[in-house]
Design a binder for this molecule. Structure first.
Ligand SMILES: Nc1ncnc2c1ncn2[C@@H]1O[C@H](COP(=O)(O)OP(=O)(O)OP(=O)(O)O)[C@@H](O)[C@H]1O
Length: 690
């Protein structure tokens, strides 16, 4: 595959198309045939599977539909499970009856084995060309499974379903929902060719501006010459109900939306968008639909009766209490009886699934949609739930204290200083290579991200670019600063990006080699998503390093379980042991690993289980000592929090620095005051020309 095409996908540069030689290799598979489905590439494929591969990779003109038995084999090979939730929900109470019911609820639709099948099925020609021009040749597992379910051109007889999809990080979910969406919108354009009215017909919700911007960028590339327009929701933008004179021109194909957010503030006037697909964070959209939202969250938002498709990217976050009220308000505003909803994430817990299913059913009842008219409700799971990608290596590093973490971080940045590259201490592979940037470093709070940045910004030597190579990104920064940092990290100008959970989900930085959990994540799902910023699209060699202190011991069992489960699912024979692993062994103590790099079982047993209430507290507030200091904290808590602050300076040194800084500010204020007084006096003496 042409490396330029791959590297330029997120940068807006034009690429030329060259076909890959190995057609039946799934893109998420890295160097192996299919790493998402462990065992699939072990070289011991059953004869039957060979037959399926032969059938499914035959040229488009010779391809015949697969029999149900062949689809079963195909789904098994690619670890795809599609279940009809309406049938499954009526399952009995006992474990056995649920299992039997689950099996009966499975469905076996034709998979989309190659993107060539799209043109055969009468999908929008420009869309098919755009997919190919972006050098997407072979669908990933999630695309194979879900595109045929959603693509209106493929399912003339079948009704488009409501869909929940759980697929690993970096497995191509964005394309999986954008392709059918763009095709659906272009189809409706064709059907309504005689109407002049233009209006938005689809909404994609995502939790952060960064993700919104990324989806729009990807969407614009796929929309080229299809007549479909996609845009990010902006301040002052209207979806319906304004005069046509205020219509905004959204036709800026190929333009990177990150740049667009720079002049977000200059576009204050209300404009009616002509875009078909609106991508937004819940808050931006809810503010437009319900201007008094901040004062009263119960005010019903303005209805959006023309929205036919609603997509939740990172659905579990959007339905989490943090965003839930806004998301549900938007969902309720979409009053079309033919609305279809799809939800996507690498982690959708059963509580979120319950909530989503309940909401879908309640809505159908309240709109009085007859049972016979209700669409199917499907759930697709790719691989195993709640595990990390097999292409990622994990390291849990015990640092005992906060200062141990800083030391550990510095040793990651400068592995040669400790001679760690060849060390085997603590269970590292002997002679393993040091970890190479780009690094994405996560902290618990904005303050801690900023402090870590202040501490490390002079750690990169000047000849290597100095402090320009390191940056901090969080939600307190203005939109233009955020997008320029994102751009520079993507372009490789920034090597170490320190951030909060703002970038833990959905954001696709192609080349991230190392994810560092400087502070442990608040949830297990958080770990899966943070780790998933590396090893994307089947890229091998990504490493996720997590530091933990004495205080964290009570929380890390969940993370250790994910690591153990991910390593179990790994196809070890396909992974060069120690690839990108090791480096920088330290005075910190690395969790013992087995000969092939896995977590020692005794550690799992030794770590204490995490109670439900502890889990809840951690999720809501993070580790206590790393929270911000509040005025009403007692002295002991304040002391504990001060002690946990990031920095090599002692309390005395910090106070000295604060005192000096205060003195400088005071003296500057004094000088300014004096200057003003002098000016006043001079003004007073000046009599002017008489
Ligand atoms: N069929 C494909 N062939 C090759 N690369 C692909 C294909 N589909 C998607 N990709 C690439 O895979 C990368 C990850 O895709 P995407 O961001 O959609 O993942 P995701 O599943 O949404 O991840 P996350 O759960 O982290 O949001 C992107 O760089 C994308 O360009």
């Amino acid at each position: 595959m042409n490396a330029f095409q791959i590297l330029s996908r997120s940068t807006g540069l034009k690429s030329r198309t060259t076909r890959p030689s190995q057609q039946n290799q799934v893109p998420t598979s890295g160097q192996s045939i299919n790493s998402i489905s462990p065992g699939a590439s072990s070289g011991q494929k059953r004869k039957r599977e060979d037959d399926v591969t032969a059938v499914t990779t035959a040229s488009p003109s010779t391809r015949v539909p697969l029999t149900e038995d062949e689809i079963r084999q195909y789904q098994k090979k690619h670890k795809i499970k599609i279940v009809d939730l309406n049938r499954f929900r009526s399952a009995g109470k006992t474990e056995e009856s649920r299992k039997a019911q689950k099996e009966q609820s499975r469905i076996f639709p034709q998979p989309l084995v190659t993107f060539d099948q799209l043109s055969q099925q009468n999908a929008n020609k420009s869309l098919v060309r755009n997919v190919s021009e972006q050098a997407y040749f072979q669908p990933t597992e999630v695309q194979t499974a879900t595109i045929p379910l959603l693509l209106s051109s493929l399912s003339k007889d079948a009704q488009e379903p409501d869909l929940l999809t759980i697929a690993p990080t970096g497995s191509g979910k964005t394309l999986a929902f954008l392709i059918p969406l763009i095709d659906k919108v272009s189809r409706s354009h064709r059907e309504q060719s005689n109407t002049t009215e233009k209006h938005a017909s689809a909404i994609v919700l995502a939790p952060t501006k960064e993700l919104v911007s990324q989806i729009v960028t990807e969407g614009r590339k796929l929309c080229t010459k299809t007549g479909v327009r996609i845009t990010a929701m902006r301040k002052g933008m209207r979806l319906f109900g304004m005069q046509e004179s205020a219509v905004e021109n959204e036709e800026s194909e190929g333009e990177d939306d990150e740049k667009e957010s720079e002049d977000e503030h200059s576009r204050e006037s209300a404009t009616l968008t002509k875009a078909d697909i609106i991508v937004s964070t819940p808050l931006s959209l809810v503010h437009t639909l319900c201007p008094s939202w901040e004062e009263d969250e119960t005010t019903p938002p303005n209805p959006l009766p023309k929205i036919e498709t609603l997509i939740f990217d990172e659905a579990d976050v959007l339905l989490d209490p943090l965003f839930r009220a806004q998301t549900l308000a938007i969902w309720s505003a979409c009053t079309s009886p033919t609305l279809r909803v799809s939800m996507w994430s690498a982690t959708i817990g059963s509580n979120v699934e319950e909530l989503a299913v309940q909401k879908i059913h309640d809505r159908q009842k309240s709109l009085k949609i007859r049972r016979s008219d209700r669409p199917p409700l499907l759930r697709t799971i790719i691989g195993l739930k709640d595990i990390s990608l097999p292409t990622i290596s994990h390291r849990l590093t015990y640092t005992a204290t906060e200062s141990g973490k800083l030391l550990g971080m510095r040793q990651l940045l400068h592995p040669s200083r400790s001679g760690g590259a060849s060390s085997s201490k603590g269970g590292y592979q002997a002679a393993a290579a040091p970890l190479r940037p780009p690094f994405l470093v996560f902290t618990q709070t904005i303050d801690r991200a900023q402090s870590l940045y202040d501490e490390l910004k002079y750690d990169i030597p000047a000849p290597a670019g100095g402090s320009s190579r390191i940056a901090v990104l969080h939600s307190s920064l203005p939109a233009h600063a955020r997008s320029s940092i994102m751009q520079n990290f993507r372009l490789g100008k920034i090597w170490i990006l320190i951030t909060t959970d703002l970038l833990s989900r959905g954001v696709d930085f192609r080349g991230v080699n190392v994810v560092v959990n400087y502070d442990i994540p608040n949830t297990v799902a958080g770990y899966v998503h943070r780790a998933g910023r590396t090893g994307r699209a089947g890229r091998e060699g990504g490493v996720c390093v997590s530091f933990y202190t004495k205080e964290d011991v009570q929380y890390v069992k969940g993370i250790a379980n994910v690591i153990a489960a991910s390593e179990k699912a790994q196809v070890r024979s396909d992974r060069p042991t120690g690839a990108g692993d090791g480096g920088g062994t330290t005075t910190t103590s690395d969790v013992p690993v087995t000969a092939n790099g896995g977590l020692q079982p005794w550690l799992l047993h030794a770590l204490p289980s995490v109670s439900k209430s502890t889990r809840k507290d951690l999720k809501l507030h993070g580790v206590q000592s790393r929270r911000a200091i509040h005025a009403d904290d007692d002295e002991k808590t304040k002391r504990m929090k001060r002690k946990a602050r990031i920095g090599t300076q002692s309390g005395y040194e910090r106070r000295e620095v604060d005192r000096k800084r205060g003195a400088i500010v005071h003296s500057m204020q004094e000088k300014k005051k004096e200057a003003n007084q002098t000016a006043d006096q001079e003004n007073g003496e000046w009599e002017g020309f008489t």
